[in-house]
Ligand binder design. Structure first.
Ligand SMILES: CC(C)(COP(=O)(O)OP(=O)(O)OC[C@H]1O[C@@H](n2cnc3c(N)ncnc32)[C@H](O)[C@@H]1OP(=O)(O)O)[C@@H](O)C(=O)NCCC(=O)NCCS
Length: 184
């Protein structure tokens, strides 16, 4: 399938491109990623290049892994990444450190999940994070996900483990309201 461009009041989401390779490599070296993400660590330029050359185009072609660059305008610099994987039916996301704290990822999650459920036929979207990732929880909660409990990650971490994780789900047609029950 062809990559779908999505827009919000503040954001332009399109497929990441090769010219994003230095931004991806720089942002993925954030020490938080070692704990909270399954990406390679230490993260090197070749990891960003593989992601942009192979994973992103291959994922759109098959429709099994849909990845968007988060930008503030068409052709603008990459601020972060949001993606959906068919295998787990879940979304994953990150923002480069300088771009956090403005609620941009919540806006991106809402537009991507709206499209997944209205334009792509999904009836629900899953979310998970390693226990303690308060910023990720906050994004999921503000985007209207329901907390579904604590259990190991579905994703395999780089040491082969499935650490304890918080899980959530968003059902198609549900109103975008913050729901009770999230870990504090
Ligand atoms: C998750 C992430 C995209 C959120 O982006 P963001 O711009 O920080 O999101 P927001 O501005 O909406 O802030 C999220 C909330 O988390 C809070 N927060 C941020 N860092 C925090 C921390 N270390 N501890 C506690 N709360 C934190 C913010 O105060 C904000 O609170 P609020 O909802 O009460 O306003 C970003 O923090 C990130 O890229 N983290 C590293 C990668 C990652 O963990 N991705 C998710 C994997 S599941």
């Amino acid at each position: 399938m062809k990559a779908t461009v999505l827009q919000t009041e503040r954001l332009w989401l399109d497929s990441p491109v090769l010219s994003d390779r230095f931004a991806v490599a720089e942002y993925c070296r954030d020490p938080l990623f070692e704990t909270f993400m399954t990406l390679p660590w230490p993260y090197e330029q070749r990891h960003a290049d593989f992601f942009l050359y192979r994973v992103v185009p291959g994922g759109w072609l098959s429709g099994d892994e849909l990845t968007w660059a988060v930008r503030e305008s068409e052709g603008g610099p990459l601020l972060g990444i949001i993606g959906w994987r068919r295998e787990f039916g879940d979304i994953g996301y990150w923002l480069g450190a300088p771009h956090r704290g403005r609620g941009l990822m919540t806006e991106a999650v809402i537009v991507v999940t709206d499209w997944l459920m209205s334009g792509f036929g999904r009836t629900e979207v899953a979310w998970e994070c390693v226990i303690g990732n308060a910023a990720s929880v906050s994004v999921a909660r503000k985007a209207g996900f329901s907390f579904t409990g604590e259990r190991p990650t579905g994703l395999t971490f780089r040491d082969g483990s499935h650490p304890p994780a918080w899980h959530g789900v968003l059902q198609a047609g549900e109103p975008r309201v913050e729901r009770p029950g999230w870990p504090t």
